[in-house]
Design a protein around this ligand. Sequence first.
Ligand code: FAD
Ligand code: SF4
Ligand code: SF4
Length: 422
Amino acid sequence: MKDITTISGVIKSDLCISCGACAAYKPELITLRENKKKGLLEPVVKKLTAIDEVDVMNICPGKGYDIHKLSSKKFGIDTYSSYELGLYRQLGVGFANSDRVMEKASSGGLMTAIAYYLLDKKIVDGVIVTKIIPGDKKIGPRTKTFIATNLEGLLEAQGSKYCPVPSLDIRTVVEDFDGQLAFVGTPCQIAGLELLKEQQLGWANKIIFTIGNFCGGFRDFRETDKIIERAGFRPEKVENFTYRGGGQPGRMYIQSGEKVKELNYPDYARATGFIKHKRCRYCIDATGELADISFGDAWIEKYLKSGQGWSIFVARSLMATDVINGMFADKQIYFENIGENEIIASQIGNISTKKYRQGARNKLAQLFNEAVPDFNEVNKKFEGSILFELKVLATHKIFYFLEILGLYKFISKLLKRYPQDM
Ligand SMILES: Cc1cc2nc3c(=O)[nH]c(=O)nc-3n(C[C@H](O)[C@H](O)[C@H](O)COP(=O)(O)OP(=O)(O)OC[C@H]3O[C@@H](n4cnc5c(N)ncnc54)[C@H](O)[C@@H]3O)c2cc1C
Ligand code: SF4
Ligand code: SF4
């Protein structure tokens, strides 16, 4: 089995999620660079001593981390505990009472609304968010993480980015910022941040509140660039791009000069044979279990039919419940209560792949001698079978190899799998 006790081992085992925590931790020794063959931002490591190597692995979320130890330390044991959702204090489903926030929201705009509330009430002085930047001479559209200090900045960053995001490679920006911060990111990025905070770093401790998204994973930049190409654009010429926005479920938006194309979400994911990043397939965090508060889509019939985007929230810390209830009292948002089982049912695809089927998937990985991340999680519900996981893996690998061989588009059209709006 591949060794994942070093950064290079994590990279070789395809468990690096491009989060940038290592580059922020040891900036003099590690920088991130895009590896075009893998479509990821990977650490380039100068010579590390054995001590540095052990030290830096403490903060790498790619290799896994003790999720329950970290969450109980952060939220205490006086919270509700759910195998599927993690520790929590309050659950709800709602939307932002602001047309500006809702215009480009992924679902109910609650992530942006809470970020704005934190700024408006001066609970924090800035919020770390991630926007898309246009393609340039060599590459297609990519992301930039920055500190937003007003609503305009937050709106610029709206929309989910289904790609590698080095949002923790922000040490200098945070060090130079005068004030306290909130952070918006995926569950693994928030885990990386918690691991950095465990090291008692002054700059990381300026981040006092985390806002997470539910997460089904991402595919690498080869997918993004190939979809753009298949939609008839040159990635490096794209001026405006979003993976998602404009209502629920929303659409991908691509613009270059006069030319504009919109592609239905999530159908556009079938436009290429690229598959979900390996680390995402072995991830067990569906709902941002280490975030103060996390948000997902309300895939529930009555909300989907309402003609309005709705986000589910899972508030885990006391600060999060204070904030979300304060927003409701101030009429910044509307929400109603929702039960744990309703959330699980609405997220069942993601929860079953991340929680129930993970045991069988891990056993299959062991058979192939594959390194997988370790979360020290005991499988409480075991569904699926090794054979089923093998079939799923084989199907994905077939699509992947067809893509690499240049045959995917032709075959997926024959199979009527290719998106009709491409
Ligand atoms: C990779 C990924 C996978 C997801 N998978 C699921 C899923 O399986 N099920 C589900 O219900 N929901 C999923 N979500 C969450 C969902 O897409 C919305 O984020 C959520 O419904 C909240 O919507 P909103 O309207 O409140 O957010 P918005 O108002 O659109 O705000 C989104 C905020 O998240 C930040 N952000 C977006 N993408 C990233 C990123 N990759 N890294 C760091 N910050 C980012 C933005 O900067 C912005 O501040 C996923 C999100 C991502 C990024
Ligand atoms: S810390 Fe993040 S960027 Fe660095 S190796 Fe680990 S997963 Fe990759
Ligand atoms: S699926 Fe897991 S590893 Fe992948 S982006 Fe989401 S939280 Fe990170």
